[in-house]
Design a protein around this ligand. Structure first.
Ligand SMILES: *[C@@H]1O[C@H](CO)[C@@H](O)[C@H](O)[C@H]1NC(C)=O
Ligand SMILES: *[C@@H]1O[C@H](CO)[C@@H](O)[C@H](O)[C@H]1NC(C)=O
Ligand SMILES: *[C@@H]1O[C@H](CO)[C@@H](O)[C@H](O)[C@H]1NC(C)=O
Ligand SMILES: *[C@@H]1O[C@H](CO)[C@@H](O)[C@H](O)[C@H]1NC(C)=O
Ligand SMILES: *[C@@H]1O[C@H](CO)[C@@H](O)[C@H](O)[C@H]1NC(C)=O
Ligand SMILES: *[C@@H]1O[C@H](CO)[C@@H](O)[C@H](O)[C@H]1NC(C)=O
Ligand SMILES: *[C@@H]1O[C@H](CO)[C@@H](O)[C@H](O)[C@H]1NC(C)=O
Length: 531
C-alpha cells in the first residue's frame, strides 16, 4: 500500500492501472503484472526517483543475448519471507504440535500413569479413542518425519483390523515458507509394550488412513461473480482451503481511493510451454498462482468486473463528467513519463514481444537490482502445491533430487559447450554416484522430454520422474476436477509451465540437491564467460 504521507507523488495518485496484453510470453506477462503491483504498492518507489541510470536502462535497446532460465519457476515461497508469514490471526493462531506440547497432554491424561490400566493391558485390547494412542502417534511422527511441522490432529478412529488406528492431521514442510497447510491421514499398527504403553509398530504410507479421509463439503469457493461457474455439490473431494473467488468491485474500499490494481485474469501462455506448440490465450491466472494470497496482499479487481462498472459510472455521470482515461498503447512510455498524468484511469497496452519490450527486463537481468518483484504477493497455486505435496509424501519426504537441464541449452554448443555431454546418461550415472547414496529415492526434475532418457540411473537409484505421477492431474484427479471448475467445466491441460512449477518445488524438498550448473557441469548458467 502507498503511504499516505508519501512525499513523491506516485504515478497519478488517483490512478487505476489496467493492462491488456498481446500474446507474448506468459512469463513476461507475469513479470508485468507484478511489476505494476510493485510500482503501485511498494514504497519507496524506485521508478519515481527518476535516476538517470534507470531511465537509460529501460529506454535503451539492450543486449539481446539475455537468456531467461525457463527450467525453474521461483515464486515468493522459494525466495523471501520470514517462515510462516501469516496474514490473518486465525491462521497465525494454529500452533504446531511439539514434544513439549505432547508432554503437557500426556501429563493431563493421567498425571502419574501414562500407561494403560492393568486390565486393558492384560487383555491387549486397543482403544483408538484412548488419548494415549494419539500421543504415541504424535511422538512417532515427530521422530519419523523430521522435515515436517504437524498441526491439528484429529481423534484416531478404528482402522481395518483390531490393532490398527487411522489418524489425520495437517502439516507443512519446513521448506515451505508460506502459512499454507496440507492434509495427511495414515493407518498405524499399534502395539502394547510390556510396561503397558501404546507404541507404533508400523506406519502406513501417505494417505493410507482411509477411515479418516476428511470430507470436503464446502459448496462455494472456486466460482465468482461474473463467471458462470457450476456450483460444486456437497461431498466432492475438494480442497476446502482454496478460496479464489473473484472479488466484486463493491467490496473494494481501496478502489475508490485509486489503490486498486485491475487485472486481466485471462492470460496467454507462450508456445514453448504448450504441448500444442502454439501460443494459447485464455489461461486462467489461478491455474498457476495463488490468487487468494494475492488478494490478501494487494487490492485486486478483475478486468471484466471493472469494465462493467466503468460503463455504469459513465452512464450515471451523464455527458459532463466521463471518467478521464488515457490509453497508453506503446510499451515505450515509461512510468516516469506518466507520473504527471492526471487521468483517473491509465490503461496500458503492451504492444511488443520481448526482448525489445523493456518491461520484460524490469525484474530480470541488470534491472533486478533496482526493481524487485513483490515476491511476498506471488505464490504458486495451492492446487499445484497439492500435487507437489502428494509426490513428496509418497516418497515419505525422504528423497534426493537432481535438476537436469537439457532441451534448448544442450543444443546451443556455442553458449554451453559441455552441457550436453555432462548431462548424458553415462555422465549422470558417474557424477551422481559420488553425490547420492545407492538405492536412494532420486527425483529428477528435468526438461528432457524423453521419459526413458534416465533409464541407466535405474540400476543405481530408485528413479522418480514427474510423469510417474500422471494420475495426479489425470481425468480422475482432484486437480482435474478443480481446474475444470475454473474453466466452465471444461478440462484444463497440464501444461509445461505447470510441469516446471511442480518440478521446481519437488526438487526443493529433496534432502540432497544436485544442480545442473556447478554440480553436473562447469558451464556457466547464462552462457560462456558469465560466471
Ligand atoms: C476408549 O477410550 C475412551 C476415552 O478414554 C473411552 O471414553 C471409551 O469408553 C473407551 N472405549 C472402550 C471400549 O474401552
Ligand atoms: C473399534 O473397534 C473396537 C474393537 O476393535 C470396538 O469395540 C469399537 O466399537 C470400534 N469402534 C467403532 C467406533 O467402531
Ligand atoms: C464423512 O461423511 C460421512 C457421511 O456423510 C460421515 O458418516 C463421516 O463420519 C464423515 N467423516 C468425517 C471424517 O467427518
Ligand atoms: C472467499 O473470499 C472472499 C474475498 O475475496 C470472501 O468475500 C468470501 O467470503 C470468501 N468465501 C469463503 C467461503 O470463505
Ligand atoms: C479418462 O482418460 C482415459 C484415458 O485417457 C479415458 O479412457 C477415459 O475415458 C477418460 N475418462 C473420463 C471420465 O473422461
Ligand atoms: C471428480 O468429480 C467427479 C464428478 O463430479 C467425481 O465423481 C469424482 O469423485 C471427483 N474426483 C475427485 C478426485 O475429486
Ligand atoms: C553443488 O555445488 C554447490 C556449489 O559448488 C555445493 O555447495 C554443493 O555442495 C554441491 N552439491 C552436491 C550435492 O555436491
Amino acid at each position: 500500500m502507498l503511504p499516505s504521507n508519501s512525499t513523491t507523488e506516485p504515478i497519478g495518485q488517483n490512478v487505476i492501472k489496467l493492462i491488456s496484453n498481446l500474446c507474448f510470453s506468459f512469463f513476461v506477462f507475469s513479470v508485468l503484472i507484478f511489476t505494476i503491483i510493485a510500482i503501485t504498492y511498494q514504497p519507496p518507489d524506485p521508478w519515481l526517483q527518476s535516476a538517470p541510470a534507470l531511465t537509460q536502462l529501460f529506454t535503451q535497446p539492450q543486449n539481446p543475448t539475455f537468456h531467461v532460465d525457463t527450467s525453474i519457476f521461483n515464486t515468493g515461497e522459494d525466495i523471501t519471507l520470514p517462515p510462516q508469514h501469516a496474514p490473518t490471526p486465525s491462521r497465525a493462531a494454529v500452533t504446531p504440535v511439539t514434544e513439549s506440547q505432547i508432554q503437557i497432554t500426556e501429563d493431563k491424561i493421567g498425571n502419574s500413569t501414562p500407561s494403560l490400566a492393568s486390565d486393558a493391558c492384560a487383555s491387549r485390547t486397543l482403544n483408538c479413542s484412548d488419548p494415549r494412542v494419539l500421543v504415541a502417534v504424535q511422538r512417532f511422527n515427530l521422530r519419523a518425519f523430521r522435515s515436517i511441522v504437524f498441526f491439528e490432529y484429529r481423534m484416531p478412529v478404528n482402522g481395518s483390523v483390531a490393532d490398527e488406528c487411522d489418524v489425520a492431521w495437517r502439516f507443512r514442510n519446513k521448506k515451505e515458507k508460506s502459512w499454507r497447510k496440507y492434509r495427511d491421514f495414515r493407518r498405524f499398527k499399534i502395539g502394547i509394550t510390556d510396561d503397558c504403553r501404546y507404541k507404533v509398530v508400523h506406519a502406513g504410507g501417505w494417505h493410507s488412513g482411509s477411515n479418516v479421509r476428511p470430507n470436503r463439503t464446502r459448496a462455494t469457493g472456486a466460482g465468482g461473480r461474473g463467471k458462470s461457474l457450476p456450483r460444486i455439490s456437497s461431498n466432492s473431494n475438494r480442497d476446502d482451503e482454496i478460496n479464489d473467488t473473484i472479488p466484486s468491485l463493491g467490496s473494494q474500499v481501496n478502489f475508490r481511493n485509486g489503490k486498486t490494481f485491475v487485472m486481466d485474469l485471462s492470460m496467454c501462455l507462450a508456445a514453448t510451454y504448450n504441448p500444442s506448440n502454439k501460443d494459447e490465450e485464455g489461461k486462467d491466472f489461478r491455474y498457476y498462482f495463488d490468487f487468494e494470497h494475492l488478494k490478501e496482499e494487494a487490492s485486486i479487481v478483475e478486468e471484466g468486473e471493472f469494465l462493467r462498472d466503468w460503463k455504469k459510472w459513465d452512464k450515471n455521470n451523464g455527458k459532463k463528467r466521463k471518467v478521464p482515461v488515457k490509453k497508453v498503447v506503446t510499451h515505450k512510455v515509461t512510468p516516469m513519463q506518466l507520473k504527471k498524468d492526471k487521468s483517473t484511469i491509465i490503461w496500458r497496452q503492451f504492444d511488443a514481444p520481448e526482448p525489445e519490450n523493456y518491461w520484460y527486463r524490469v525484474c530480470e537481468g541488470q534491472a533486478a537490482k533496482y526493481v524487485q518483484r513483490p515476491w511476498h504477493a506471488l505464490w504458486k497455486s495451492k492446487r499445484l502445491m497439492n500435487i507437489v505435496t502428494e509426490i513428496s509424501g509418497r516418497m515419505d519426504w525422504d528423497f534426493d533430487a537432481v535438476h537436469v537441464i537439457r532441451g534448448e541449452k544442450a543444443e546451443r554448443k556455442d553458449l554451453w559447450p559441455h552441457l550436453d555431454s555432462d548431462t548424458s546418461p553415462d555422465a549422470l550415472v558417474e557424477k551422481l554416484k559420488g553425490m547420492v547414496q545407492p538405492w536412494r529415492n532420486l527425483y529428477i526434475a528435468t526438461n528432457e522430454p524423453f521419459y526413458n532418457y534416465f533409464d541407466k540411473l535405474r540400476s543405481n537409484f530408485k528413479v522418480h520422474l514427474l510423469d510417474d505421477y500422471k494420475e495426479l492431474w489425470g481425468n480422475t484427479s482432484e486437480w482435474y476436477n478443480e481446474t475444470s471448475l475454473l474453466n466452465n467445466g471444461k478440462p484444463v491441460e497440464f501444461d509445461g509451465y505447470m510441469r516446471v512449477a511442480v518440478d521446481t518445488e519437488v526438487f526443493y524438498r529433496g534432502k540432497t540437491r544436485v544442480e545442473t550448473f556447478y554440480n553436473l557441469t562447469q558451464d556457466c548458467k547464462d552462457g560462456v564467460n558469465t560466471c
